[in-house]
Design a protein around this ligand. Structure first.
Ligand code: HEC
Length: 135
């Protein structure tokens, strides 16, 4: 091959490397100057949106997020959503406050707060009220 051809190839290779190197450093710079905590902020916004613009989550939201997995189908004997026969004996024995307390602390296979560690006491109560609504 002629020297000119070699030089042409060499120039092309160098050019490709230069472009790649620039891309990489641009990426690296973008990564470095990315606002700190932007991922966290996006998450917080999503949570606020899910909660209907801030404040407490509705009982239905809490149920859908944390309770449905067991209380939808009655997993491990969990009283099922809107099934009076499952809830009435519990309510008759302990009342709403009693079952609320058990939901907060856990009872048998029912985990404390139904696994929603970030739910407030009132949000757990709202979820219970949603589950027993209309029974
Ligand atoms: C891992 C499965 C599971 C999840 C998740 C779960 N529960 Fe339960 N829950 C159970 C089971 C099982 C019982 C029945 C416990 C028993 O009486 O032996 C129960 C019982 C209850 C009771 C009745 C307590 C009583 O005193 O009779 C309430 C109230 C309750 N759950 C609320 C909730 C709420 C609210 C959530 C969501 C925030 C939730 N649970 C999530 C499994 C679950």
């Amino acid at each position: 091959m002629k020297l000119k051809t070699w030089l042409g190839i060499l120039t092309a290779v160098v050019a490709v490397f230069t472009v790649q190197a620039q891309d990489m450093s641009e990426e690296a710079i973008k990564e470095r100057i990315k606002p700190e905590g932007s991922v966290y902020i996006a998450g917080a916004e999503a949570q606020t949106a899910a909660a209907g613009g801030g404040g407490a989550k509705s009982g239905e939201d809490v149920y859908n997020q944390s309770c449905m997995a067991c209380h939808g189908a009655g997993v491990l004997g969990a009283p099922k959503l809107h099934v009076a026969a499952d809830w009435e004996p519990r309510l008759a024995e302990r009342g709403l406050d009693g079952i609320w307390e058990n939901a907060l602390n856990g009872i048998n296979a029912m985990p404390p707060r139904g696994t929603c560690a970030t739910c407030s006491d009132d949000e757990i109560k709202a979820a219970i009220e949603f589950m027993i609504e209309g029974i």
